[in-house]
Design a protein around this ligand. Structure first.
Ligand code: ZN
Length: 388
Protein backbone atom coordinates (compact mmCIF):
# COMPACT_ATOMS: atom_id res chain seq x y z
CA UNK A 1 0.00 0.00 0.00
CA UNK A 2 2.67 2.37 1.10
CA UNK A 3 4.87 1.67 -1.94
CA UNK A 4 1.80 1.98 -4.17
CA UNK A 5 0.99 5.38 -2.71
CA UNK A 6 4.71 6.19 -2.76
CA UNK A 7 4.86 5.44 -6.50
CA UNK A 8 1.78 7.59 -7.15
CA UNK A 9 3.29 10.43 -5.15
CA UNK A 10 6.54 10.11 -7.08
CA UNK A 11 4.70 10.19 -10.43
CA UNK A 12 2.60 13.14 -9.25
CA UNK A 13 5.74 14.99 -8.16
CA UNK A 14 7.38 14.29 -11.55
CA UNK A 15 4.31 15.54 -13.39
CA UNK A 16 4.22 18.52 -11.05
CA UNK A 17 7.85 19.33 -11.79
CA UNK A 18 7.23 19.11 -15.54
CA UNK A 19 4.15 21.29 -15.16
CA UNK A 20 6.12 23.77 -13.07
CA UNK A 21 8.90 23.78 -15.64
CA UNK A 22 6.38 24.41 -18.44
CA UNK A 23 4.76 27.21 -16.46
CA UNK A 24 8.15 28.69 -15.70
CA UNK A 25 9.15 28.57 -19.38
CA UNK A 26 5.89 30.12 -20.52
CA UNK A 27 6.25 32.78 -17.85
CA UNK A 28 9.79 33.50 -18.96
CA UNK A 29 8.62 33.74 -22.56
CA UNK A 30 5.92 36.24 -21.65
CA UNK A 31 8.39 38.21 -19.62
CA UNK A 32 10.89 38.41 -22.48
CA UNK A 33 8.14 39.32 -24.97
CA UNK A 34 6.74 41.91 -22.59
CA UNK A 35 10.13 43.50 -22.02
CA UNK A 36 10.84 43.71 -25.74
CA UNK A 37 7.43 45.29 -26.32
CA UNK A 38 7.99 47.80 -23.58
CA UNK A 39 11.38 48.75 -24.97
CA UNK A 40 9.95 49.11 -28.46
CA UNK A 41 7.11 51.33 -27.36
CA UNK A 42 9.44 53.34 -25.16
CA UNK A 43 11.68 53.92 -28.19
CA UNK A 44 8.70 55.06 -30.25
CA UNK A 45 7.50 57.22 -27.39
CA UNK A 46 10.88 58.86 -27.08
CA UNK A 47 11.01 59.58 -30.78
CA UNK A 48 7.54 61.09 -30.74
CA UNK A 49 8.42 63.17 -27.71
CA UNK A 50 11.59 64.30 -29.43
CA UNK A 51 9.66 65.15 -32.59
CA UNK A 52 7.22 67.19 -30.54
CA UNK A 53 9.88 68.98 -28.53
CA UNK A 54 12.43 69.75 -31.20
CA UNK A 55 13.54 73.32 -31.21
CA UNK A 56 12.44 75.41 -34.15
CA UNK A 57 15.92 75.29 -35.61
CA UNK A 58 16.20 73.32 -38.85
CA UNK A 59 16.88 69.91 -37.50
CA UNK A 60 19.64 67.72 -38.91
CA UNK A 61 18.40 64.36 -39.98
CA UNK A 62 20.02 60.98 -40.30
CA UNK A 63 17.96 60.18 -43.38
CA UNK A 64 20.48 59.45 -46.07
CA UNK A 65 18.47 57.29 -48.43
CA UNK A 66 17.66 60.27 -50.57
CA UNK A 67 15.90 59.37 -53.76
CA UNK A 68 15.09 55.83 -52.70
CA UNK A 69 11.77 57.03 -51.34
CA UNK A 70 10.70 57.97 -54.81
CA UNK A 71 10.22 54.44 -56.04
CA UNK A 72 6.51 54.07 -56.67
CA UNK A 73 4.89 51.44 -54.49
CA UNK A 74 3.68 48.39 -56.44
CA UNK A 75 0.21 48.81 -55.02
CA UNK A 76 -2.01 51.68 -54.10
CA UNK A 77 -3.32 52.08 -50.57
CA UNK A 78 -6.90 52.52 -49.44
CA UNK A 79 -7.90 56.17 -49.35
CA UNK A 80 -8.82 55.79 -45.69
CA UNK A 81 -5.12 55.54 -44.89
CA UNK A 82 -5.12 59.34 -44.77
CA UNK A 83 -7.69 59.36 -41.97
CA UNK A 84 -5.10 58.92 -39.21
CA UNK A 85 -2.25 61.25 -40.09
CA UNK A 86 -0.98 61.54 -36.54
CA UNK A 87 -0.11 57.86 -36.33
CA UNK A 88 3.54 57.15 -37.05
CA UNK A 89 3.73 54.92 -40.07
CA UNK A 90 7.38 53.96 -39.93
CA UNK A 91 7.97 50.40 -38.89
CA UNK A 92 11.75 50.23 -38.97
CA UNK A 93 13.21 48.22 -36.09
CA UNK A 94 14.31 50.31 -33.12
CA UNK A 95 17.98 49.63 -33.81
CA UNK A 96 17.87 51.69 -37.03
CA UNK A 97 16.25 54.65 -35.29
CA UNK A 98 18.33 57.61 -34.34
CA UNK A 99 16.90 59.94 -31.77
CA UNK A 100 15.98 63.48 -32.89
CA UNK A 101 15.90 62.50 -36.56
CA UNK A 102 12.47 63.26 -38.05
CA UNK A 103 11.83 60.41 -40.43
CA UNK A 104 9.81 61.12 -43.52
CA UNK A 105 6.76 59.06 -44.11
CA UNK A 106 8.04 56.59 -46.66
CA UNK A 107 4.70 55.15 -47.49
CA UNK A 108 2.63 58.15 -48.39
CA UNK A 109 4.88 59.90 -50.92
CA UNK A 110 5.25 56.61 -52.73
CA UNK A 111 1.49 56.25 -52.87
CA UNK A 112 1.11 59.85 -54.00
CA UNK A 113 3.69 59.29 -56.70
CA UNK A 114 1.71 56.30 -57.97
CA UNK A 115 -1.44 58.42 -58.06
CA UNK A 116 0.48 61.21 -59.71
CA UNK A 117 1.85 58.96 -62.42
CA UNK A 118 -1.60 57.46 -63.00
CA UNK A 119 -3.20 60.89 -63.19
CA UNK A 120 -0.66 62.35 -65.57
CA UNK A 121 -2.36 63.29 -68.83
CA UNK A 122 -0.50 63.12 -72.18
CA UNK A 123 0.88 66.63 -71.78
CA UNK A 124 2.64 65.46 -68.65
CA UNK A 125 1.08 68.08 -66.38
CA UNK A 126 -0.66 66.77 -63.30
CA UNK A 127 -0.41 66.40 -59.56
CA UNK A 128 -2.87 66.68 -56.73
CA UNK A 129 -2.32 70.44 -57.13
CA UNK A 130 -2.55 70.51 -60.91
CA UNK A 131 -4.33 73.27 -62.76
CA UNK A 132 -7.85 72.61 -63.95
CA UNK A 133 -10.32 74.89 -65.72
CA UNK A 134 -12.95 74.43 -62.97
CA UNK A 135 -10.85 75.24 -59.97
CA UNK A 136 -8.06 77.52 -61.13
CA UNK A 137 -4.43 77.37 -60.10
CA UNK A 138 -3.59 75.78 -56.78
CA UNK A 139 -2.29 79.04 -55.33
CA UNK A 140 -5.73 80.59 -55.78
CA UNK A 141 -7.69 77.45 -54.94
CA UNK A 142 -5.98 76.92 -51.58
CA UNK A 143 -5.60 80.59 -50.67
CA UNK A 144 -6.82 81.45 -47.18
CA UNK A 145 -9.62 83.97 -46.91
CA UNK A 146 -8.10 87.39 -46.44
CA UNK A 147 -9.45 90.09 -44.16
CA UNK A 148 -10.57 93.19 -46.08
CA UNK A 149 -7.35 95.06 -46.81
CA UNK A 150 -8.38 98.65 -46.06
CA UNK A 151 -4.84 99.57 -45.04
CA UNK A 152 -1.24 98.57 -45.76
CA UNK A 153 -0.96 94.78 -45.93
CA UNK A 154 1.51 92.73 -43.93
CA UNK A 155 2.06 89.03 -44.65
CA UNK A 156 3.86 87.16 -41.88
CA UNK A 157 5.40 83.88 -43.03
CA UNK A 158 6.56 81.44 -40.33
CA UNK A 159 9.33 79.29 -41.83
CA UNK A 160 10.57 75.94 -40.48
CA UNK A 161 7.10 75.13 -39.15
CA UNK A 162 6.21 71.59 -38.12
CA UNK A 163 8.93 70.50 -35.70
CA UNK A 164 6.85 71.44 -32.69
CA UNK A 165 3.14 70.60 -32.72
CA UNK A 166 2.41 72.77 -29.67
CA UNK A 167 3.80 75.84 -31.42
CA UNK A 168 1.85 75.05 -34.58
CA UNK A 169 -1.29 74.95 -32.43
CA UNK A 170 -0.38 78.25 -30.79
CA UNK A 171 0.15 79.91 -34.18
CA UNK A 172 -3.06 78.34 -35.52
CA UNK A 173 -4.88 80.04 -32.64
CA UNK A 174 -3.56 83.47 -33.68
CA UNK A 175 -6.66 85.66 -34.13
CA UNK A 176 -5.34 89.16 -34.95
CA UNK A 177 -5.04 88.39 -38.65
CA UNK A 178 -4.04 85.63 -41.03
CA UNK A 179 -0.59 84.02 -40.91
CA UNK A 180 1.18 81.91 -43.52
CA UNK A 181 2.88 78.82 -42.11
CA UNK A 182 5.69 77.31 -44.20
CA UNK A 183 6.04 73.63 -43.27
CA UNK A 184 9.18 71.56 -43.74
CA UNK A 185 8.34 68.48 -45.80
CA UNK A 186 9.98 65.89 -43.54
CA UNK A 187 8.38 66.60 -40.16
CA UNK A 188 6.09 64.19 -38.33
CA UNK A 189 2.30 64.62 -38.26
CA UNK A 190 2.38 66.94 -41.26
CA UNK A 191 -1.25 66.41 -42.32
CA UNK A 192 -2.55 66.91 -38.80
CA UNK A 193 -0.57 70.12 -38.40
CA UNK A 194 -1.53 71.65 -41.74
CA UNK A 195 -5.16 70.81 -41.04
CA UNK A 196 -4.98 72.58 -37.68
CA UNK A 197 -3.42 75.64 -39.33
CA UNK A 198 -5.96 75.73 -42.15
CA UNK A 199 -8.84 75.22 -39.72
CA UNK A 200 -7.53 78.30 -37.88
CA UNK A 201 -7.92 80.24 -41.15
CA UNK A 202 -4.21 80.42 -41.95
CA UNK A 203 -2.39 79.76 -45.21
CA UNK A 204 0.10 76.98 -45.96
CA UNK A 205 3.39 76.99 -47.85
CA UNK A 206 5.81 74.16 -48.44
CA UNK A 207 9.22 75.15 -47.09
CA UNK A 208 11.40 73.32 -49.60
CA UNK A 209 15.01 72.48 -48.59
CA UNK A 210 17.52 73.69 -51.17
CA UNK A 211 21.29 73.55 -51.34
CA UNK A 212 23.07 76.11 -49.14
CA UNK A 213 26.51 77.55 -49.88
CA UNK A 214 27.99 75.76 -46.89
CA UNK A 215 28.15 72.02 -47.69
CA UNK A 216 28.55 71.24 -43.96
CA UNK A 217 24.99 72.28 -43.16
CA UNK A 218 22.52 69.45 -42.76
CA UNK A 219 19.50 70.28 -44.89
CA UNK A 220 17.36 67.20 -44.23
CA UNK A 221 16.46 64.48 -46.72
CA UNK A 222 15.83 64.94 -50.44
CA UNK A 223 17.27 68.44 -50.63
CA UNK A 224 17.45 70.03 -54.07
CA UNK A 225 21.09 70.27 -55.17
CA UNK A 226 22.38 71.96 -58.31
CA UNK A 227 24.58 69.02 -59.37
CA UNK A 228 21.82 66.41 -59.42
CA UNK A 229 21.01 64.74 -62.74
CA UNK A 230 17.63 66.04 -63.99
CA UNK A 231 15.88 62.73 -63.28
CA UNK A 232 17.06 62.75 -59.66
CA UNK A 233 16.15 66.41 -59.26
CA UNK A 234 12.68 65.55 -60.58
CA UNK A 235 12.37 62.60 -58.21
CA UNK A 236 13.28 64.77 -55.22
CA UNK A 237 10.92 67.52 -56.36
CA UNK A 238 8.09 64.98 -56.61
CA UNK A 239 8.91 63.60 -53.17
CA UNK A 240 8.81 67.04 -51.58
CA UNK A 241 5.83 68.43 -53.47
CA UNK A 242 3.74 65.32 -52.72
CA UNK A 243 4.33 65.50 -48.98
CA UNK A 244 1.34 67.71 -48.26
CA UNK A 245 -1.80 69.08 -49.83
CA UNK A 246 -3.71 72.31 -49.74
CA UNK A 247 -0.67 74.58 -49.97
CA UNK A 248 -0.38 77.62 -52.19
CA UNK A 249 3.30 77.52 -53.11
CA UNK A 250 6.80 77.08 -51.87
CA UNK A 251 9.63 79.10 -50.41
CA UNK A 252 13.24 78.09 -50.03
CA UNK A 253 14.63 76.59 -46.83
CA UNK A 254 18.32 77.63 -46.99
CA UNK A 255 19.12 77.52 -50.75
CA UNK A 256 21.80 80.18 -51.17
CA UNK A 257 23.58 78.03 -53.75
CA UNK A 258 20.48 76.59 -55.42
CA UNK A 259 18.52 79.84 -55.81
CA UNK A 260 21.54 81.46 -57.53
CA UNK A 261 21.78 78.69 -60.15
CA UNK A 262 19.81 79.50 -63.28
CA UNK A 263 19.37 75.99 -64.81
CA UNK A 264 18.41 74.46 -61.45
CA UNK A 265 15.91 77.22 -60.73
CA UNK A 266 14.45 76.94 -64.23
CA UNK A 267 13.88 73.24 -63.55
CA UNK A 268 12.16 74.04 -60.25
CA UNK A 269 9.99 76.76 -61.82
CA UNK A 270 8.70 74.39 -64.49
CA UNK A 271 7.52 72.01 -61.75
CA UNK A 272 5.83 74.88 -59.90
CA UNK A 273 4.16 76.13 -63.06
CA UNK A 274 2.81 72.66 -63.85
CA UNK A 275 1.21 72.54 -60.41
CA UNK A 276 -0.11 76.11 -60.30
CA UNK A 277 2.06 77.00 -57.29
CA UNK A 278 3.59 80.36 -56.43
CA UNK A 279 7.20 80.99 -55.43
CA UNK A 280 8.18 83.11 -52.45
CA UNK A 281 11.88 83.93 -52.59
CA UNK A 282 13.21 83.92 -49.03
CA UNK A 283 16.22 85.82 -50.42
CA UNK A 284 18.87 84.02 -48.42
CA UNK A 285 21.31 85.40 -51.03
CA UNK A 286 21.35 88.58 -53.07
CA UNK A 287 22.55 86.47 -56.02
CA UNK A 288 19.17 84.76 -56.30
CA UNK A 289 17.70 84.37 -59.79
CA UNK A 290 14.24 83.66 -58.38
CA UNK A 291 12.51 86.60 -60.00
CA UNK A 292 13.88 86.07 -63.53
CA UNK A 293 13.33 82.31 -63.59
CA UNK A 294 9.82 82.60 -62.12
CA UNK A 295 8.91 85.24 -64.67
CA UNK A 296 10.27 83.13 -67.55
CA UNK A 297 8.14 80.16 -66.42
CA UNK A 298 5.06 82.29 -65.69
CA UNK A 299 5.15 81.39 -61.98
CA UNK A 300 3.60 83.92 -59.56
CA UNK A 301 6.55 85.45 -57.70
CA UNK A 302 6.91 87.16 -54.33
CA UNK A 303 9.92 88.03 -52.23
CA UNK A 304 10.71 88.49 -48.57
CA UNK A 305 11.15 92.09 -47.43
CA UNK A 306 12.17 91.63 -43.78
CA UNK A 307 13.66 88.82 -41.68
CA UNK A 308 12.16 89.08 -38.20
CA UNK A 309 14.41 86.99 -36.00
CA UNK A 310 18.04 86.91 -37.11
CA UNK A 311 18.73 87.80 -33.49
CA UNK A 312 17.23 85.72 -30.71
CA UNK A 313 15.44 88.33 -28.62
CA UNK A 314 11.89 89.57 -28.43
CA UNK A 315 13.19 93.16 -28.61
CA UNK A 316 14.90 92.46 -31.94
CA UNK A 317 11.74 90.90 -33.38
CA UNK A 318 9.73 93.92 -32.20
CA UNK A 319 12.19 96.25 -33.97
CA UNK A 320 11.95 94.18 -37.17
CA UNK A 321 8.15 94.29 -37.00
CA UNK A 322 8.38 98.08 -36.77
CA UNK A 323 10.60 98.00 -39.87
CA UNK A 324 7.99 95.80 -41.57
CA UNK A 325 5.38 98.52 -40.92
CA UNK A 326 7.66 101.11 -42.57
CA UNK A 327 8.02 98.93 -45.68
CA UNK A 328 4.27 98.27 -45.77
CA UNK A 329 3.45 101.97 -45.62
CA UNK A 330 5.92 102.66 -48.44
CA UNK A 331 4.92 99.95 -50.93
CA UNK A 332 1.39 99.09 -49.75
CA UNK A 333 2.43 95.67 -48.49
CA UNK A 334 5.33 93.94 -46.79
CA UNK A 335 6.35 90.30 -46.49
CA UNK A 336 8.18 89.35 -43.28
CA UNK A 337 9.67 85.95 -42.50
CA UNK A 338 10.11 84.62 -38.98
CA UNK A 339 10.47 81.25 -37.31
CA UNK A 340 8.48 79.48 -34.60
CA UNK A 341 10.85 80.54 -31.83
CA UNK A 342 9.20 81.34 -28.52
CA UNK A 343 10.47 84.93 -28.63
CA UNK A 344 9.22 85.43 -32.18
CA UNK A 345 5.74 84.15 -31.38
CA UNK A 346 5.54 86.23 -28.20
CA UNK A 347 6.68 89.37 -30.05
CA UNK A 348 4.13 88.72 -32.82
CA UNK A 349 1.29 88.25 -30.37
CA UNK A 350 2.26 91.41 -28.49
CA UNK A 351 2.59 93.49 -31.68
CA UNK A 352 -0.46 92.43 -33.70
CA UNK A 353 -3.33 94.20 -31.86
CA UNK A 354 -1.47 97.54 -31.96
CA UNK A 355 -0.58 97.10 -35.63
CA UNK A 356 -4.25 96.56 -36.38
CA UNK A 357 -5.10 99.75 -34.48
CA UNK A 358 -2.49 101.61 -36.55
CA UNK A 359 -4.34 100.52 -39.71
CA UNK A 360 -2.28 97.53 -40.89
CA UNK A 361 -3.99 94.37 -42.06
CA UNK A 362 -2.37 90.97 -41.51
CA UNK A 363 -3.10 89.08 -44.70
CA UNK A 364 -2.20 85.68 -46.13
CA UNK A 365 0.67 85.70 -48.65
CA UNK A 366 -1.70 85.17 -51.60
CA UNK A 367 -3.48 88.44 -50.79
CA UNK A 368 -0.25 90.27 -51.61
CA UNK A 369 0.02 88.48 -54.95
CA UNK A 370 -3.61 89.26 -55.81
CA UNK A 371 -3.02 92.89 -54.87
CA UNK A 372 0.05 93.07 -57.14
CA UNK A 373 -1.86 91.54 -60.03
CA UNK A 374 -4.71 94.03 -59.58
CA UNK A 375 -2.17 96.82 -59.68
CA UNK A 376 -0.79 95.44 -62.94
CA UNK A 377 -4.28 95.07 -64.40
CA UNK A 378 -5.29 98.60 -63.36
CA UNK A 379 -1.98 100.24 -64.30
CA UNK A 380 -1.66 102.61 -67.29
CA UNK A 381 0.27 100.05 -69.30
CA UNK A 382 -1.96 97.02 -69.56
CA UNK A 383 0.41 94.11 -69.81
CA UNK A 384 -2.39 91.62 -70.25
CA UNK A 385 -2.03 88.24 -68.65
CA UNK A 386 0.23 87.84 -65.70
CA UNK A 387 0.68 84.54 -63.97
CA UNK A 388 -2.66 82.81 -63.55
ZN1 ZN B 1 14.08 77.44 -43.27
Amino acid sequence: MYSKYGGKLKRWLTRGRIAALVIALVGLGLLVGGTTGTLASRETGTEQANAANLSSKPEPTAETAAGKDDTPAPHSHAPTAKAAPAKPTTTAPPTTRIALAPRPDRDRPARRLVELVKATPPNGKATSNHVTAETGAAWRRFAATSPVADGPMIAIVVDDSGHDVARTKRLAGFRDGVLTLAFLPYVEQLDAQTEIARAGGHEILLHLPMEPLNPEVDTGPNVLNIDLPPSELDARLHWNLARLEGYVGINNHMGSRFTADRPAMAHLMKALHDRGLLFLDSRTTSATVGRETASAADVPFLQRDVFLDNESTEAHVAAQLAETEVVARRQGYAIAIGHPHKWTISALEAWAPGARDRGFVLVPLTAVKKHQQQDVAQGPIHKGKESQ
